[in-house]
Ligand binder design. Structure first.
Ligand code: MV4
Length: 649
């Protein structure tokens, strides 16, 4: 190899993933990190690490100079960019090369050639790669573009040449709307890319996003088959698979050959992806796919290709960057089975997929899947970067088996401490249309409501949370719940999404029941441990006042501290209520008495503990509603303070 040390200019799961392969190849690894990532997994994984700046990407991961300086300082002879950040920045490639270092990826020229959609399409057309019928010329006069659109035939798509990921795109069905749509697309492109040039394409009605993995050595290239990434939401890929469902062999061969021609046309070196748009209207056809764009980097979803080919693409990247020829011929490469990847994000799906943050109190993945993650239990999901938690990858002998493995892997994935899109991924993995191979880019949008609907938390799950909150999950000792006179009822206030709810649990040695207020859940301890409503207890964790039961993709149940309730003014701020059922041990005030915030008003005995109920604010006692010795229910009013206005009068 031409180098023995590689610097990974990235963070999160891809940095960890690259470090693992580099280390397995006997290379020394250098991580770079922002101040916000000082405790991150990739820093711990590398042999050495260098802080390159502040949390914002522009202050760290996008600072090419700091990254190159870090390489020099640590003796790294090569830099792997991962994806995103500087991975497709030709000026960075030039700077790396000028510094006498090796960029693990394509040449700056290849990146530039694919950087603008119009030039890329012209180049591909010359190389005999099918491109979407349309106009991608230099003449941007609106009148000329309108004529071109009419020649193409409506509906057409106006696209920003500097665009990507659906930005600066406008569909036009009615010729009368063309000029408006053109202006709007150009305005968006100016704003987003500082370049308002557009191209026009025939609109492909039922598009499927099928991309071909290619690998070149600068002269020749091979393809490693296709990935179907049609399951997207707002141009964000959610679940990817390889190979594409319903792909006939001759179409696979035609797309693969076209992708190889594309790569060889630009002297491509390293891992790349040729993205096609495919007409999914009536089966995949050799005349129904067209070049969209070429991604000159290793992509997020590369693991599904690794699964079906058995190739480690990062190993190939490092070997070819180190001067080796292509590690395989096309004849060497075959497809085995089927693979899926699901992208697990910290995001609030019901709130519209808003990015979420939080500290991961717990993160664990089941057997039977590959989980590429950049965070561990205890890590914080940073608000500065993409809130990806992990990629869950499965590989099976057939698509049906792989999909069942994906569903099972998602069921067994345990995340506590932040909201995630896990339930959404699970719903997709069990979506009947998806299972039937009807992957089209509109699937998620069409069935969004069903996919984001949150199932009610099962009573057995809440009951287990109550049992855990009360500290009863250990194997029952013979004294547990033992009581001479009556069943040992214990109370706890829980909130599983419907607001604070008082819950009571009766413990009778190796069994009992939980009263959820209207629903009773039978509890029993047997050889397999606790069962709730006959269902074995699910794995669970407690983190502070949150119990997370890993059932139904994870249900977080808040344990409401009764004292918070007592001091939190209830009933408009005048009533002090019993936070749970109990015995009034003593009352310390009388009507008309002035009290200050924090003064002890009464003592309630409950759950074998004495709870002092204190005034939440200064005020005057209006009425004492109970006396010592009284048994009270949760929520019973004990003391009423006068309205603050009355006091002021
Ligand atoms: C198209 C198209 C229909 N016809 N081009 C979306 C982002 C970029 N990758 C290209 N995209 C599209 N280009 C023509 N001529 C429909 C889309 C499209 C899409 C394509 C693949 C997967 C998901 C998509 C979601 C919306 C639009």
């Amino acid at each position: 190899m031409m180098f023995d040390t590689v610097l990974i200019a990235n963070r999160g799961e891809i940095a960890c993933r690259v470090i693992r392969t580099a280390r397995a190849m006997g290379l020394r690894t250098v991580a770079v990190y922002s101040e916000a990532d000082a405790g991150a997994a990739h820093v711990a994984l590398a042999d050495t690490a260098v802080c390159i700046g502040g949390a914002a990407p522009a202050a760290s991961y996008l600072r090419g100079d700091a990254i190159i300086a870090a390489a020099r300082a640590t003796g790294a002879q090569a830099i792997h960019p991962g994806y995103g950040f500087l991975s497709e920045n030709p000026d960075f490639v030039d700077a790396v090369t000028a510094a006498g270092l090796i960029f693990v990826g394509p040449s700056a020229a290849a990146i530039r050639a694919m950087g603008l959609k119009d030039a890329a399409k012209r180049l591909m057309a010359e190389a005999g790669v099918p491109v979407v019928p349309g106009y991608h010329g230099a003449d941007q006069d609106p009148g000329h573009l309108e004529v071109e659109a009419a020649k193409i035939g409506y509906p057409v798509l106006i696209k920003a040449v500097a665009g990507g990921g659906g930005k600066g795109m406008r569909r036009v069905d009615d010729p009368a709307r063309f000029v408006d749509a053109l202006e709007s697309a150009k305005a968006e492109a100016r704003g987003a890319f500082g370049n308002d040039a557009v191209l026009i394409e025939k609109y492909i009605e039922q598009p499927r996003h099928i991309e071909v993995q290619v690998f070149g050595d600068g002269t020749r290239a091979v393809h490693l088959f296709e990935r179907d990434c049609s399951l997207q939401r707002r141009h964000q890929k959610v679940i990817e698979e390889a190979p594409a469902p319903g792909m006939p062999e001759e179409v696979r061969a035609a797309m693969g050959a076209a992708a190889v021609r594309a790569a060889e046309a630009i002297g491509y070196s390293g891992a790349g992806t040729v993205e096609f748009i495919v007409d999914g209207a009536n089966g995949l056809r050799a005349d129904g796919f067209w070049f969209m764009e070429m991604n000159t980097r290793l992509q997020v979803e590369h693991p599904v290709t690794e699964a079906i080919t058995g190739i480690d693409l990062v190993e190939w990247q490092l070997r070819v960057a180190g001067g080796e020829p292509l590690p395989a011929t096309q004849a060497d490469l075959t497809i085995t089975g089927h693979a899926f990847e699901a992208r697990l994000y910290a995001e609030d799906v019901p709130a519209g997929f808003l990015p979420a943050t939080g500290r991961l109190a717990h993160l664990a993945f089941p057997e039977g899947c590959r989980a590429d993650s950049g965070v561990r239990s205890g890590d914080v999901i940073s608000p500065h970067y993409d809130p990806m938690i992990a990629k869950v990858i499965v590989h099976g002998p057939t698509r049906a088996v792989a999909l069942a493995q994906l569903a099972r892997a998602l069921d067994g994935t345990q995340v506590a401490g932040t909201v995630t899109n896990l339930a959404f991924l699970g719903a997709l993995a069990r979506h009947p249309g998806f299972a039937a191979g009807e992957v089209d880019t509109g699937l998620i949008a069409r069935d969004l409501d069903m996919l984001v609907a949150e199932a009610e938390t099962r009573p057995a799950v809440i009951a287990q949370a109550a049992w855990a909150a009360l500290g009863l999950m250990a194997a029952p000792g013979w004294l547990t719940g033992f009581s001479l006179w009556q069943s040992d009822w214990r109370s706890v206030t829980l909130d599983w999404g419907d607001g604070p709810t008082p819950v009571r649990a009766r413990v009778d040695g190796a069994g009992g029941a939980v009263d959820l207020g209207g629903t009773d859940v039978e509890v029993a301890y047997g050889p397999g441990g606790w069962r709730f409503a006959g269902v074995p207890a699910a794995p669970w964790v407690r983190d502070g006042d949150t119990v997370t039961v890993f059932a139904q993709y994870g249900r977080a149940v808040q344990v409401i501290d009764p004292l918070d309730r007592a001091t939190g003014p209830a009933g408009g701020g005048n009533l002090i209520e019993a936070p749970m059922p109990g015995l009034v041990r003593s009352v310390h005030v009388s009507a008309g008495q002035a009290v200050a915030a924090g003064d002890k008003l009464a003592v309630l005995e409950a759950m074998k503990m004495e709870h002092a109920l204190t005034a939440a604010r200064d005020g005057v006692v209006a009425e004492v509603l109970v006396s010592a010795g009284a048994q009270v229910e949760a929520g019973a009013a004990l003391i009423r303070l006068e309205d603050e206005a009355e006091d002021a009068a």
